[in-house]
Design a protein. Structure first.
Lengths: 251, 209
């Protein structure tokens, strides 16, 4: 049976890991290569690296970090941040990424999804979406979750999969950083409409939150950052706990 | 020396890095003389069967590969590279493979025989970690144990190859995960992305195949 995945996310700026609360107020944590090695030993099923730099120098540092990680860590690596063109796909894949996550790039030009899927396969293209409730419906947000695009997020997910996205990361802005659990209502709404793996993001505060998440059959992976970075939840303990709860896990 | 065949399909960064990590002297090559000089050959691959087999044939390396396999040189296919080792694939049509292992490659979703399809609500491709069930001793499985997890990314799987199955995984259907016929072997999963278990399998091939 396919196991459920536990995925730590590392936001990288200028070659270092950072994590914001509700996307603001970032602070340094540690060296990304060291952290990747630590997570690999802890049993992380995949690592996500998000490049939050916008400068040329920052991007170069990011590529260096990625290459170093991929030379030492042999689990799936997903890379996002600043992916706007096929050249961006190429750049990160050459440094050892397995999957490429598009977010704002797909909002600017949705055809990047099908171009990436045509060239590298559906399994390579991850559609990451930042979603927030606005007047009773789910809206897609851009610019790191700051700007309401007015686009219906559920339709966006369906369109993205039709264009060739092989996986969807749903990041709830409403629950992000709050640590009161994943946004199960939002996640279920997305899962009911698409048949690709769903990665839940935003809101995990404790091990029980992951157990709740995986009671929902459409959920394939749980993603989190700070609770892992600050060792509030240890991945090995989490996976053992979930396994005892009957969740299929690689332990 | 291990020759990793470069035929313009997929990204070889992780594969070469992982081979280096287990102590192998590996080169990425598209030259016939390198395949002849190598002790072992690895055929990687991602994407669609038709495109991959066409690109492999276009390199002109297939006749050399045939000779090396006939001589008993160890060859390992990975993911789509494993599927290419079979006689046929039914991915978007019907295409001939290399024919080193008896069997064919069929769709998880649209196999002709409904019993060979996954359930309608099962997600295809299979992407993620699944357990290996080892049915035969092999140099690839010697360093690992039954139930170890490895990383799969695929929507098609090998069929009618019962004799070749070294290990399989369950995904509604019985998916051949490690196959072998003589000196030719293959893994449906990505050992270079399967953590320490995957590295052990690669080491098994590098040191003992």
């Amino acid at each position: 049976m396919l196991t459920k995945r536990i995925v730590p996310c590392l936001d990288i700026r200028d070659g270092k890991v950072v994590k914001g609360m509700n996307f603001e107020g970032v602070r340094d944590v540690a060296d990304p290569v060291e952290m990747a090695a630590f997570y690999n030993e802890s049993g992380a099923d995949e690592l996500v690296f998000y490049d939050i730099t916008a400068t040329f120098e920052g991007r170069k540092l990011f590529s260096d970090v990625l290459e170093k990680v991929a030379s030492q860590i042999f689990i799936p690596l997903t890379v996002g941040g600043g992916i706007n063109t096929l050249e961006d796909f190429d750049r990160v894949l050459k440094c050892g990424a397995d999957k490429v996550s598009v977010n704002s790039g797909a909002i600017k030009d949705p055809t990047i999804i099908e171009k990436g899927a045509m060239k590298y396969g559906d399994q390579c293209v991850v559609l990451s979406m930042d979603v927030k409730r606005v007047d009773g419906s789910f809206h897609l947000f851009s610019h790191g979750g700051r700007v309401d695009t007015g686009i219906d997020a559920l339709q966006w997910a369906v369109d993205g999969v039709n264009r060739g996205a092989g996986e969807i990361v749903v990041n709830s802005i409403d629950t992000d950083g709050v640590k009161q659990g994943f946004d199960l209502e939002m996640l279920d709404a997305v899962a009911a409409r698409v048949n690709v793996p769903i990665v839940a993001s935003g809101g995990a505060g404790c091990m029980e939150d992951f157990a709740e998440l995986f009671k929902h059959p459409g959920m394939d992976a749980g993603l989190a950052a700070s609770i892992f970075h600050f060792k509030e939840v240890d991945i090995m303990d989490l996976k053992r706990y979930l396994s005892e709860q009957g969740v299929p896990m690689r332990v | 020396m291990i020759a990793v065949i470069d035929y313009g399909v997929g990204n070889l960064f992780s594969l070469t890095a992982s081979l280096k990590h287990v102590g192998a002297d590996a080169i990425v090559t598209g030259k016939a003389e390198d395949l002849e000089a190598a002790d072992k050959i690895i055929l990687p691959g991602v994407g669609a069967f038709e495109d991959a087999i066409a690109k492999l044939r276009a390199t002109g390396l297939v006749s050399t590969l045939d000779e090396q396999v006939a001589k008993g040189k160890p060859l390992m296919g990975i993911c789509l590279g494993m599927q290419l080792l079979f006689e046929k694939s039914y991915e978007y049509g019907e295409f001939d493979g290399l024919g080193y292992i008896k069997g064919s490659v069929i769709s998880m979703r649209e196999a002709e025989d409904p019993a060979k399809r996954v359930k309608p609500d099962t997600k295809v491709p299979q992407i993620g970690w699944n357990a290996l069930h080892i049915v035969k001793d092999d140099v690839l499985t010697a360093p690992i144990k039954d139930g170890d997890h490895v990383y799969f990314v695929h929507g098609y799987y090998a069929d009618e190859c019962e004799d070749a199955i070294v290990a399989y995984t369950d995904y509604d259907v019985k998916v051949p995960a490690i196959v072998r016929q003589g000196s030719v072997c293959g893994t449906q999963f990505h050992p270079e992305k399967s953590g320490n278990v995957g590295l052990s399998i690669l080491k098994g091939f590098v040191e003992n195949a």
